[in-house]
Write a protein that binds this ligand. Structure first.
Ligand code: ADP
Ligand code: MG
Length: 495
């Protein structure tokens, strides 16, 4: 609860699964359900958890995160262990995030543990609270920021369960699933490309997480291309090439993110070529991502281009509107709250290219909700992201043809009717609506719009705009119709 209020952007639904192990010597131990979750907590959440534990317990407590198999380092006699009562356990349906209602977090692991800590402290002496038991560093890369040359840590958010599949990424996703089910055999290498923020890193990590889930001892080396380059240069300088080769070749899966950074790196390309061959021959899985298809990576040696195409090259594109809505809802659930449909639709209409920005928007409304202490609604989404998406983002892209398609389909008239001289209401109203929407969403002048609809002059268009505006003021039914068409024009995919 404390965390949800003070660091809402950090909170994840799976925090509810963290088990408090106990408190000893001023150290509160919390057990995560996998080492990847533990590492994430250590990397991202140390301070906020310490802060929460101290605030809730009113004591100087340090939090230590454990993985499922990590041993508690303190003497057992000093340890207060406890299980949450059955009523506090959260029963979640199997099969991922769907169908799960968010929990309140009032009885979150920190709160439960802190209560016990407070009770224990009341009994024990001050000496216990300041004993020399230091939180033990568990796992790799825990102290300070990891050097770029170390393998990158996996993000537990980037699972297949949290990856929303749509037309823009269906193939890339299917191939990634196949690779994770059959590493080294399905597609080797697996190469995914697309612009920034469209899910390449997420897919790569999902493959790693899935492989580790099936085979926890799999040797996976996941790094950025820069990590590979840095390690290579360090190895050359230190004359430690055999250690370098051991690192990159004695693995089951090698994942290099953003491999386009190999451009112009002749010596690194040479080394990577040999790394690739060695792994490939041993039927070890190679996974690569890039911002361009292999043949379009500038200054990439031909032999690497052709190797990158040996397996499967797949593409991720910008997500369509429905996919964006689904991603928003999925991300919200992952963070432990529900995003109402209208708020999700507003955000999805407002942000239409980069998925990373969608996530930024989620965090923004989440923080806003926690500051204002009320549930998220459309109004909040609008004030967090600005009003009328049509006018700002999609507006520039609305085509006159889209307006005509939407309006003629709705009123059941033909475009030739709109362009004719007919003045019957059944034609005049759709024509005026078209003019109104063209004025709103296109850059055409009054004359151009008039010209398009049967050679009418600019005063006719002005009159049309005024007429529609006035009627929307007085006729609610009509106003609803125009708003619906307006929406369909901005977001053609929902028609
Ligand atoms: P890239 O590596 O292509 O630049 P990332 O993989 O870092 O992009 O994705 C950016 C953000 O968008 C991440 O938070 C990721 O979880 C999210 N994201 C991208 N695609 C999807 C998807 N299909 N479903 C859910 N989240 C996605
Ligand atoms: Mg990336």
């Amino acid at each position: 609860m404390h965390l949800r209020t003070n660091a809402p952007e950090l909170c994840r639904q799976w925090f509810e699964e963290i088990e408090p192990v106990g408190v000893a010597g001023g150290v509160l131990r919390l057990r995560a359900h996998s080492n990847i979750h533990r590492d994430y907590l250590q990397r991202q959440c140390n301070e906020p958890f310490n802060d929460a534990a101290r605030t809730v317990s009113q004591m100087l407590i340090t939090v230590q995160f454990l993985g499922p198999d990590d041993q508690v380092s303190a003497a057992p006699s000093t340890l207060t262990t406890f299980d949450p009562p059955a009523s506090e356990r959260i029963d979640r349906p199997s099969g991922g995030v769907n169908g799960r209602t968010p929990t309140t977090g009032r009885n979150g692991p920190v709160e439960r543990a802190a209560r016990v800590a407070a009770e224990q402290a009341a009994r024990s002496t001050a000496e216990a609270a300041h004993s020399a038991v230091e939180p033990r560093a568990v796992g790799a890369g825990l102290n300070g920021t990891p050097r770029p040359s170390l393998p990158l840590a996996l993000n537990p958010d980037y699972t297949f369960e949290h990856f929303v599949v749509g037309p823009s990424n269906r193939l890339a996703h299917a191939a990634a699933m196949a690779v994770s089910a059959n590493p080294g055999r399905a597609y080797n290498p697996y190469f995914v490309h697309g612009s920034v923020g469209l899910g390449k890193t997420h897919l790569l990590q999902a493959v790693c997480l899935k492989i580790l889930q099936t085979n926890p001892t799999a040797r996976i080396y996941y790094t950025s291309c820069e990590g590979f380059i840095t390690q290579f240069m360090e190895a050359v300088q230190a004359g430690e090439m055999s250690a370098f080769r051991h690192t990159f070749r004695d693995v089951d899966v090698l994942v290099i993110d953003d491999v386009h950074f190999l451009a112009k790196r002749d010596r690194t390309q040479e080394e990577f070529f040999h790394t690739f061959n060695s792994l490939y021959q041993a039927q070890k899985q190679i996974i690569l991502s890039s911002d361009a298809p292999p043949e379009e990576i500038p200054d990439l040696e031909e032999r690497l281009v052709s190797r990158f195409k040996w397996g499967l090259v797949s593409h991720v594109g910008p997500p369509c509107y429905e996919t964006r809505v689904a991603i928003l809802k999925n991300k919200a659930r992952m963070r432990g709250f529900e995003l109402p449909d209208d708020a999700a639709c507003h955000i999805a209409a407002r942000i239409d290219s980069n998925i990373r920005e969608l996530e930024g928007a989620i965090v923004k409304v989440q923080v806003m909700a926690s500051v204002e202490k009320r549930p998220i609604d459309l109004e909040m989404a609008i004030s967090a992201l600005g009003p009328d998406p049509g006018a700002v983002s999609a507006g520039r892209q609305v085509q006159i043809q889209t307006i005509i398609d939407v309006v003629t389909a709705y009123f059941g008239v033909k475009v030739t009717d709109l362009q004719s001289k007919r003045r019957h209401r059944s034609v005049a109203i759709p024509r005026q609506v078209c003019m109104f929407l063209c004025r709103r969403y296109t850059r055409y002048s009054l004359e151009e719009i008039g010209g398009y609809f049967g050679g009418r002059d600019h005063t006719t268009v002005m009159h049309a705009v005024k007429t529609i505006d006035a009627r929307m003021e007085t006729d609610q039914e009509f106003a609803r119709t125009v708003r619906l068409l307006d929406e369909q024009v901005r977001i053609p995919s929902i028609t």
